[in-house]
Write a protein that binds this ligand. Structure first.
Ligand code: PLP
Length: 425
């Protein structure tokens, strides 16, 4: 069934009976052109499937970029969000609510945070990192009593931490940064995964080191456990904060609550967002231990929407479903299966990632053409680089659905190669 039942939404906007092309024409005359032309107009989803305005079905292997952890329209998450909204939707941070407190406690528990650890809620990944940036500035920044001012913040080449000014200063990509300079100062980017460069860069003027355990936007590039351990050692020795951006890798994406879990390190802070609300916007900064958790004092940071009852209920529902429905186990099994099978596909030269955050390289610059071929064949995938494909499907992807993609892959590669050759002529 690919029609939408009559709902209050359809009384406001006619969601069926208009072709995708018509919506796209209206889109281009009403929405700011920062995203390029949308690939499709989507009208409905269920589990790992979505349907477009023209009635075509897709297997969603991108999950809204690692956001739809439980797929689309998950019944439990949907009913929790609806009932919370029907009870109490928003209160401002002059007040709190049971779902906000319960979610903070739950996040501290799943991240194995020591006593004194705390949570700050935001609405997105960039906002969680913005809060972490301010936390870093408070770690012995200029103007603190005594000692050398800590003005340096270290991030990695290839890093993506978001698009607001502080998070953008942490992001490495020149095309994103240059048009908006000057950015908040003091950020230094060092080569990815280079332990010597890290040792050389961290000193007693360093306020913080920001790391993604697996760089998602850079094409799914994991940092080694050794690198994370040494990062912990050198930051501790220098008095710098180690801040892990788990916006993309957190909340079960790798088959564990956190991608950094295996390394055994205790960071000073973790940022979360994408999968946390099961599709509902929410971000979080978790600070570890009493000292780091008291760097930001009353009045130094805030938000109107962050941690509101509906967003925190959505996240509680997501965490509960992940826990009670064997989702982490599914991510490990289906993820390992997919990565193993992908490595055997003709034309695939390398497979990277963990759980259901997977990047694979092709033997030619055909990744963008593969995204197009995928859409035509009913698969949503993503190309973070000219020869790299990323998939980050809902964590409930079945092996059968994985097999559907694997079976189609040789044809997608052939189509993309033919198209790329044709375009070059
Ligand atoms: C997506 C992402 C962000 C930014 O999140 P937004 O919600 O888009 O602001 C930050 N860090 C990482 C690692 C991400 O993947």
């Amino acid at each position: 069934m690919n029609t939408i039942e009559k709902s209050p939404v359809t009384e406001l906007v006619e969601t069926t009976g208009h072709a995708g092309s018509e919506w796209l024409a209206r889109y281009s005359s009403s929405l700011m052109g920062v995203f390029g032309t949308p690939q499709r107009v989507l009208v409905r989803g269920a589990g790992c499937l979505v349907w477009d305005a023209d009635g075509k079905e897709y297997l969603d292997l991108l999950g809204g970029i690692a956001v739809n952890a439980l797929g689309h329209a998950h019944p439990f998450v949907t009913s929790v969000i609806s009932s919370q909204l029907a009870t109490l939707g928003h209160v401002s941070n002059f007040f709190t609510s049971p779902t906000q407190v319960a979610l903070a406690e739950k996040l501290l528990a799943i991240s194995n945070a020591p006593a004194g650890s705390k949570v700050f809620f935001a609405n997105s990944g960039t906002e969680a990192n913005e809060a972490a940036f301010k936390l870093a500035r408070r770690n012995g920044g200029a103007g603190e009593s005594g000692g050398t001012p800590r003005t340096k913040i270290i991030a990695l080449e290839g890093a993506f931490h978001g698009r607001t000014m502080g998070a953008l200063a942490l992001t490495a990509k020149e095309a994103y940064r240059t048009p908006f300079e000057p950015l908040p100062g003091g950020v230094v980017h060092i080569p990815f995964g280079d332990i010597d460069a890290l040792r050389a860069a961290v000193d007693n003027t360093t306020a913080a080191v920001f790391l993604e355990p697996i760089q998602g936007e850079a094409g799914v590039r994991p940092l080694s456990t050794e690198y994370l351990k040494i990062a912990r050692e050198v930051t501790t020795a220098a008095g710098a904060l180690l801040i892990l951006d788990e916006v993309q890798t957190g909340i079960g994406r790798t088959g564990k609550w956190l991608a950094s879990e295996d390394s055994g390190i205790v960071p000073d802070a973790i940022t979360l967002a994408k999968g946390l609300g099961g599709g509902f916007p929410i971000g979080a900064l978790i600070t570890f231990g009493e000292k780091t958790s008291s760097l930001l004092t009353p009045g130094q940071h805030g938000t109107t929407f962050g941690g509101n009852p509906v967003a925190t209920a959505a996240a509680l529902a997501t965490l509960h479903a992940v826990e009670s429905q064997g989702v982490l186990e599914n991510v490990r099994t289906v993820g390992a299966y997919l990565r193993r099978e992908l490595a055997d596909v003709d034309g695939v030269t390398e497979v990277r990632g963990d759980g259901l955050l997977i990047g694979f390289d092709l033997d030619a610059d055909i990744a963008p053409a593969m995204v197009t071929a995928g859409l035509e064949a009913g698969f949503i995938i993503n190309s973070p680089g000219p020869r790299t494909i990323r998939i980050a499907p809902p964590l409930i992807l079945t092996q059968e659905q994985a097999d559907r993609f694997l079976a189609a892959l040789p044809e997608l590669i052939a189509t993309a190669k033919a198209q790329t050759t044709k375009d070059a002529k």
